[in-house]
Design a protein around this ligand. Sequence first.
Ligand code: FES
Length: 112
Amino acid sequence: MNETTLCALDDIPDGGSAGFVTALGERRAAVFAVRQGDAVFVYENSCPHIGSPLDSMARGFLNDDETHIECDTHGALFQIEDGVCIAGPCAGDVLSAVTSEVRNGKVFVIAT
Ligand code: FES
């Protein structure tokens, strides 16, 4: 197990999201985190449709209502809690989840 500090919890706005490049085990990975209160959901920043970054047009990672993760490229929508795509060209596919933990006001990512 290889743990890396991603950020402070307060670096992610509550109800919002933020993108990072981080060490994940032996590699560097582009990831993003969505915060809901004290819970944080981290995924690799790669759409299961064609592998584009979800924020390719710099509109962030969430839809306007901040109810779902949204891919900028073709508008796929994903559930925040489990990364399952519920609408768009990759419906049924799943974002690549990154194991994470919130401890003492910090967010850690864990290479498994
Ligand atoms: S690349 Fe994300 S929906 Fe097409």
